[in-house]
Structures are given as C-alpha cells and as structure tokens.
Design a protein around this ligand. Structure first.
Ligand code: HEM
Length: 195
C-alpha cells in the first residue's frame, strides 16, 4: 500500500543530520531499560495490532492534551490561541511515530530521527517544521512525565485484537521500555554535557 508523504517527516531523508549519540550510548540505554530481542519481537506484534487503531490512539492522546490548558499551550500562540494547523500537522507525524517505534530497527538512522524529534521539542527546532508561531520549547519535565500516559493509555489498544494476556503484557512492557528509551534520548539536547 502506498501513502501520501507526510509533510515534515524526514526519517528516510538522507540529509537528516547524524545523531551525536553513539552506538555505545544506545547500548547503555537499551541495557538500562532491559530492552532485549524479546521486546523487539513484542513490538513487531504490537505494530500489527496497532496498525489500524492509530487514529483512535491519537484521539485519546490529543483529547488528553486538548483538555489540559497547560499542555495545549505548547501547540498555541504565545498569546494562548491553539494553532489548528500545527495540531493537525504534528498529529500525522505522531501517528507515524507509533509505527516507527514498533517496526524500525534501532540503528544509526533511528538515532538520527530520535535526535530530530528531540530538537523539535526544543527551541532549536520547535515550530520550524510546520512554520507556526508558537511558544519556543516544550519543558523537559513534561516529556518525562508523559511516559506514563503514553504508556498507560496504550494497553486497551494492545488488548483489542484478542491476544493472550501474556502477549498483551509483553507488548505493553516493550512499548513502555521503547518510550522510556526514546525520552532518555530526547533529554540529550536539554541536558547538554550532563546527558
Ligand atoms: C512521552 C512523551 C512524548 C512523546 C512520545 C512525544 C512524541 C512526539 C512526536 C512523535 C512528535 C512529532 C515529531 C516529528 O515532527 O516527527 C512530537 C512533536 C511535538 N510534541 Fe511531543 N511527545 C511527547 C511529549 C510532549 C509533551 C509533554 C508536549 C507538550 C504538551 C509535546 C508537544 C509537542 C509539540 C508542540 C510537538 C511539535 C514540535 C514541532 O514544532 O515540530 N510533546 N511529539
């Protein structure tokens, strides 16, 4: 099946800058999150389970952001007016991110994409992709705190296709690790030398 390109999505763009994170750094983080080949397999299954549920998942996450003014503020003008085109543009890339998290190999290209997503939450690149006027960065504390809702809300979607409880649990644990691992990577531009 072919899909229309997603505006601003650069995963396969050969000009995407390399990440300063090394394969050794990544190894340290996969070990720290207990991420193993079992998780790779569970995520692959999760990718199949979630494939046709992306819009419903995004509805839940956007509902969460939209109902909290202090979070919606990051998709709004500095005066506090939500920017619909911004919410919609990011939504498409967010949907693709769910698939990428489940199906892409965690290699140098994946690291480059992680660095790009990280920078897009900071003043280095936020707002530029969608050409919007919004606040300059998303605070790191909210990225970290979001690991919980982005993980907890996923369980019913992972369970929706009738898999055995152990399989659902394995997919959920793998998802939790993958999100934690990515947010650890996204902390890099915020933390500088302390990373
Ligand atoms: C676990 C935590 C989070 C995950 C997994 C996540 C995921 C993503 C993804 C996949 C994108 C699209 C990146 C791209 O352009 O390809 C994105 C962009 C964005 N996220 Fe997050 N995010 C998280 C936390 C947050 C929080 C807490 C906020 C604030 C409410 C936030 C606000 C934004 C904004 C404003 C953008 C657009 C950035 C831009 O201008 O390019 N994110 N996020």
């Amino acid at each position: 099946m072919t899909h229309a390109p997603i505006p601003g999505y650069r995963y396969d763009d050969p000009h995407l800058p390399e990440s300063p994170v090394t394969a050794g750094d990544l190894e340290g983080l996969t070990a720290a999150t207990l991420f193993s080949d079992t998780d790779v397999a569970a995520l692959k299954l999760a990718g199949e389970v979630l494939a046709d549920q992306t819009e419903q998942i995004l509805d839940v996450w956007y509902g969460f952001v939209g109902s909290h003014p202090h979070l919606l503020a990051y998709f709004s003008t500095p005066e506090g007016v939500p920017v619909d085109a911004y919410l919609a543009g990011v939504r498409r890339r967010f949907g693709q991110w769910i698939t990428d998290t489940c199906t892409r190999p965690y290699d140098a290209r994946w690291l480059a994409q992680q660095e790009e997503i990280a920078l897009r939450h900071t003043s280095a690149k936020k707002n530029a992709t969608d050409g919007v006027r919004s606040v300059p960065h998303v605070p790191l504390r909210y990225l970290i705190a979001f690991i919980y809702p982005i993980t907890a809300t996923m369980r019913p979607f992972l369970a929706a296709k009738g898999h055995a409880e152990e399989e659902v649990e394995a997919m959920h644990q793998a998802w939790f690790k993958a999100v934690t691992l990515q947010v650890a990577l996204w902390a890099r531009p915020y933390a500088g030398a302390a990373w």
